[in-house]
Design a protein around this ligand. Structure first.
Ligand SMILES: Cc1ncc(C[n+]2csc(CCOP(=O)(O)OP(=O)(O)O)c2C)c(N)n1
Length: 822
């Protein structure tokens, strides 16, 4: 119930009253009592220098232990919603439950501290209220109909959350401290405070909520988009179109939230249709310090949460030492998320009792603050006193439970206890490649023709752009075998055949609906109404879904999101496309920390596909290279596939292979630009209706050539053209379409077939310190059986290419000349 005002007042005094209240609604948070240690000084604010009963009442609401920022939200309904919640009587909290969680939080840390002195655990002490906060959020989510809670967090308090909220046995966590079986994780695995966990949370009303805490790399905040993508996939699996069943809660450090750009990128996804998850709850576990860095050096504004205000979403600051207020804020934030499908941010302001980790002495850098902290009682003691309870018996009980758990830990074998893969992963395989995984990926000619028809079919009265109409007509002819099939059509055929056989497809990237190179045209756009129609969504009533989205202009968050989506939709073909391959380095953290290593670290698989336009066409240093060398450097233990399909049919077969094999490995595809429509790289229909992806495309000759050029991608077609121009019959050209896993048998077979060859030459467009050269040469030398292995490439460069188109042409000519040995 909203606070009642005296009814019989004049319009003028009502206006004056609202004026006072509005000032507090707008600025009250700047004078709120948010910091348990009192270091966060109130901001002088003349608008709040008012007195009188209204001012006192407004001050009580907006300058207490909760500071709400919501007046920046343009939507009046949302502002009034927050206002009403702030100005209403708070629901009576379950104080016994709060106390129990506060005690559990701190005793857990203390037990770890005494038992495993000198090991890092990243204690939650000083922010123990995080547990009642999560409890409140998740309990409220259950009431709203949630049946899955997806959590992401970094190191701080993670072990505590795993045990008290996710419901993992304390013995499992202790077992990792004991390091019972180090051999089980030699050369792989991860530290204990990065592991994911699945379990059941017991909500306040007695119901359980299945929880998953997402595995997390050290790179702060990189997990955020992964959490969002996973949440969307889980919503989709359940048919949760209202986005009520699966809820995402992300926890952040204050320094990381302010400093890491990926937070901004991820928040920006929230309202975009292809990425919407119905809102998320964000908690900044704000201890007013990052390692040794104080807020003054970490944030350019008062609150690290200020970044969130770029969006029209509310931010609730709350003093972590007022646990009743904390749980109230948790409920409001969660209910706001459900009311408006919007994110909401909670800034939980506490402190950090110890150093950054427990082996770190914080008194060196913050001597004054840490004197204060040392003298400051733990939260549970303050709370127990406040509510007049005796917490010692609870603490004693928790200690006993943990004692027993520790004994159990020594006995349980080290096993990947934190993991319980969902059922939909059944049947999919990781680990080493095995030829038995191969399947037939060709598709029947009738399917091709039917897809061709579907692609040119749009609703009655749809005004199609004449250029697109012409393209579609050409595509129909391609599908009918009347003209060679180019990459754009090959991809449409791959997607079309897959969705028709029940494999869903999701692709996102910048301008991906049209295609950066005008090659995709997944969505037809009505020239009169700008209405969009996606033929691939309307092929057959029983087809699988097909989603092709333009993404925001982000690499890290969008790739993280798609990786996350692929983690929970293994049966779908999930692709992310870079605008140009070089831009993928904006997502390098996702590539290093998740895509190439998540199987090794966490035993978690993904079949995500990266489409990276690559090739030297004189467009300058930033539009030429997708940095093949970097992907090859990350390749080990069959962790991913790195391919460059040299023809449209190869691309088709490769995409289908990725979806149809049960082997789930990330696939990096270097895709063409100038070759997109080039006749040399176009294919005949027969190459789609028979055959498979060929890792190596042998030379067409009889094997008698004395010189064998090996290459990958566009340069191969240029070499073929040059060979023709020269009428050269003494040079073989071999395409390596799969670089990794290295197709040893196929390359060896082709080298052996050229028994008379004196020289094998790796030819690449990239400079010598880039491209596949450093990866290929040792392999070729190994397979050459003593014969000469050379390489032709651009000379080493600090950037991938020249900025001059003419210089490029000259270099390219030289490359070809050298490849043919002058
Ligand atoms: C991207 C990245 N940069 C640097 C680090 C090293 N590092 C680990 S924790 C930490 C401080 C984090 O501070 P904050 O976000 O406030 O969280 P807190 O540890 O205080 O809970 C830093 C700099 C990291 N893990 N990731």
């Amino acid at each position: 119930m909203i606070r009642e005002h005296a009814v019989a007042e004049s319009g003028a005094s009502a206006g004056a009253r609202e004026h006072v209240w509005d000032a507090f609604r707008r600025w009250g948070y700047l004078q709120a009592n948010l910091d348990p240690l009192g270091d966060l000084e109130p901001v002088a604010m003349p608008e709040l220098d008012v007195t009188g009963p209204e001012a006192d009442a407004a001050r009580r609401v907006y300058c207490g232990t909760v500071g709400a920022e919501f007046m920046h939200i343009p939507d009046r309904e949302r502002r009034l919603w927050v206002q009403e919640r702030m100005e209403s009587e708070a629901q009576e909290p379950d104080r016994a439950r709060i106390l129990d969680l506060l005690v559990r939080a701190e005793v857990f840390e203390q037990v770890l501290q005494t038992r495993y002195l000198g090991t890092k655990r990243y204690s939650l002490e000083g922010e123990a209220a995080l547990l009642p906060l999560l409890d409140s959020i998740l309990s409220a989510a259950v009431k709203q109909g949630a049946n899955k809670g997806m959590l992401a967090m970094s190191h701080r308090g993670r072990l505590n959350v795993m045990v008290q909220i996710v419901g993992r046995a304390a013995a499992e966590v202790f077992a990792r401290f004991e390091d019972v079986d180090p051999r089980s994780t030699m050369g792989s695995g991860d530290v204990k405070y990065h592991m994911g966990a699945t379990g059941d949370f017991r909500a306040a009303n007695g119901q359980t909520l299945s929880i998953h805490l997402v595995s997390n790399p050290s790179h702060l905040e990189a997990v955020d988009p992964v959490l969002m993508g996973r949440t969307r996939a889980k919503q989709m699996r359940r048919g949760d179109t209202g986005r009520k069943q699966v809820i995402a809660v992300a926890m952040h450090g204050d320094a990381a939230f302010a400093g890491q750009g990926i937070c901004a990128e991820t928040l920006n996804l929230c309202g975009v249709p292809g990425f919407n998850i119905g809102g998320s709850v964000h908690i900044i576990v704000n201890n007013l310090i990052g390692f040794t860095t104080v807020p003054r050096d970490a944030v350019s504004s008062r609150f690290s949460s200020d970044l969130a205000k770029r969006l029209a979403i509310p931010v609730f600051h709350v003093n972590a030492e007022d646990a009743d207020a904390v749980v109230g804020v948790g409920r409001i934030a969660l209910e706001y998320r459900y009311a408006f499908d919007s994110p909401a941010v909670i800034d939980l302001i506490g402190y950090r009792r110890h150093g950054h980790s427990e082996v770190d002495d914080p008194t060196i850098t913050q001597p004054i603050r840490y004197r204060k902290i040392e003298a400051h009682p733990p939260m549970w003691q303050i709370y127990a006193e406040q509510i007049g309870a005796d917490a010692e018996p609870i603490a004693q009980r928790v200690r006993e439970q943990l004692d027993a758990a520790q004994k159990e830990a020594r006995e349980i074998e080290q096993r990947p206890v934190m993991r319980r893969l969902p059922r939909y992963w059944g049947g999919f395989k990781g680990g080493k490649y095995d030829p038995s995984y191969e399947v037939d990926t060709a598709a029947p000619a009738e399917a091709m023709a039917a897809i061709g028809e579907s692609l040119v079919t749009y609703p009655e009265g749809f005004h199609i752009h004449p250029k697109v109409k012409k393209l579609l007509e050409q595509r129909l002819e391609m599908a009918q075998g009347k003209r060679p099939i180019d990459y754009g059509m090959a991809e449409a055929l791959a997607f079309g055949t897959l969705v028709l056989q029940g494999v869903p497809v999701r692709l996102s990237g910048q301008d991906s609906r049209r295609g950066t190179f005008n090659q995709r045209h997944a969505a037809l756009i009505d020239t009169e109404t700008e209405e969009e129609f996606v033929p691939l969504e309307h092929m057959a009533p029983d087809q699988a879904w097909c989603e092709i989205h333009n993404s925001p202009l982000s690499e890290a968050a969008v790739l993280g999101y798609e990786y996350g989506f692929s983690r929970d939709f293994p049966e779908a073909l999930v692709l992310w496309e870079a605008q140009f391959g070089d831009f993928a380095n904006g997502a390098q953290i996702i590539i290093d920390q998740f895509i190439s290593s998540s199987e090794d670290k966490w035993n978690l698989l993904s079949g995500v596909v990266l489409l990276l336009p690559h090739g030297y066409e004189g467009q300058g240093p930033e539009h030429s290279s997708a940095r093949i060398e970097r992907f090859l450097q990350l390749a080990a233990r069959d962790n991913m596939q790195i391919c460059q399909p040299s023809t449209a049919a190869q691309y088709f077969q490769l995409l289908r292979r990725q979806a149809m094999r049960m082997w789930r490995k990330p696939l990096v595809v270097f895709t063409p630009k100038s070759m997109l429509r080039h006749p040399a790289a176009s294919s005949q229909l027969a190459e789609f209706t028979s055959g498979r992806f060929q890792t190596v495309i042998p030379d067409r000759g009889d094997g008698s050539a004395p010189r064998v050029l090996l290459c990958t991608g566009k340069i191969g077609h240029e070499l073929m053209a040059e060979r023709k121009r020269r009428k050269n019959t003494s040079t073989a050209i071999v395409f390596v379409d799969q670089l990794y896993p290295f197709p040893e048998a196929e390359v060896a077979a082709e080298m052996d077939r050229h028994a008379n060859a004196r020289e094998f030459v790796w030819v690449q467009e990239e400079p010598g310190n880039m491209g596949a050269r450093e990866f290929m040469i040792p392999q070729l030398e190994r397979l050459a059986r003593g014969r000469v292995v050379l390489s032709v490439n651009r000379s080493e460069g600090a950037s991938p290419s020249t900025g001059s188109s003419k210089a490029h042409d000259m270099e390219q000519k030289t490359l070809l000349t050298l490849a043919f040995g002058f």
